[in-house]
Write a protein that binds this ligand. Structure first.
Ligand SMILES: [Zn+2]
Length: 301
């Protein structure tokens, strides 16, 4: 068993490697390299030698060959298959320009109505194609921008319409309210203006009430302040009095009714406050009752 594990091989002195008939793989002359692959027929075709139809999707053991052709740095491959009936060789290539395959030899591609051979897209040159792609990209960017603007405009329009709808609804509600109040028969415009006037009056009344409340509040604040000041003054007086006569107790608070100074009901009309020395007015007494109106003419007395 030891010979199984030999580390060196014995070459006799008369060994001549050139006499070995079979050349090793890496020394053999290389043609176009082909790889066996499994593929499906990419299009329907008809064998030119026997007329057999080979439909799209039929599976084949094929050879794949890398050609020297290129389209925009994309390698083009060639495939070799054999006819299923006569075994004649059929070849087709990839067509990256049209994202398709082209039948090369041994078969004829079936007519497909969606592939218009006269179409401009199939005929255009690389330059034209590049131009077209660039143009399309620019167009796309432009449309995106325009779409954003359109969206904005649409939004604005929508908000405007919403406001209009709200206004119309308001008007309708006002009209309904008027109708409910039984103001039919009046001209609509008049009624509407009336309703608006009412609303305005209501608003004004509310504003007036607010102003009044504010005024009162301020007045109350003033009164409070005045009262506080008065209190402070009184306290100061009291303190001084206490200093003068500490024994004297403060006067007890009285709950007597304090006579308030009556405000004149109407400004300018003041009742005279010397009723004790009421001078007799014989002229007035002697006047006949029917001529009482003359009293208004006070300048004459
Ligand atoms: Zn055939």
């Amino acid at each position: 068993m030891s010979e199984r594990k030999v580390l060196t091989k014995y070459y006799p002195p008369d060994f001549d490697p050139s006499k070995i008939a079979r050349t090793p793989k890496h020394l053999r002359p290389t043609g176009p390299k082909t790889i066996p692959v499994r593929l499906m027929a990419p299009f329907s075709m008809k064998c030119t030698s026997c007329g057999e139809y080979i439909y799209k999707g039929r599976k084949f053991n094929a050879r794949k060959e890398t050609t020297d052709e290129k389209y925009l740095a994309i390698t083009i491959y060639r495939f070799y298959i054999r006819c299923t009936r006569c075994s004649s060789e059929i070849t087709f290539k990839t067509d990256p320009k049209n994202m398709d395959y082209t039948c090369e030899r041994g078969a004829k591609r079936n007519f497909e109505s969606w592939r218009d051979s006269d179409s401009a897209e199939l005929k255009e040159t690389d330059e034209q194609r590049l131009d077209r792609l660039e143009r399309e990209e620019a167009d796309e960017a432009e449309t995106a921008e325009r779409n954003a603007m359109e969206e904005l405009e649409q939004k604005m329009e929508e908000s405007k319409r919403e406001m209009q709808v709200a206004d119309a609804l308001d008007e309708i509600m006002q009209r309904n309210a008027r109708i409910e109040r039984g103001e039919k028969g009046v001209k609509e415009d008049q009624a509407l203006s009336q309703v608006r006037d009412l609303a305005r009056e209501q608003r004004e009344a509310e504003e007036r009430a607010d102003a009044e409340a504010a005024r009162k509040a301020f007045e109350a604040a003033n009164v409070e302040r005045a009262r506080l000041e008065e209190d402070a003054k009184l306290q100061a007086q009291h303190a001084s009095k206490l200093l003068d006569s500490p024994a004297e107790s403060p006067p007890a608070p009285t709950f007597d009714r304090v006579k308030k100074f009556k405000k004149p009901l109407v400004p300018g009309l003041v009742r005279k406050t010397e009723p004790a020395v009421q001078p007799p007015q014989p002229a007035v007494v002697s006047k006949p009752a029917g001529l009482d109106l003359g009293d208004y003419d006070s300048d004459d007395d």
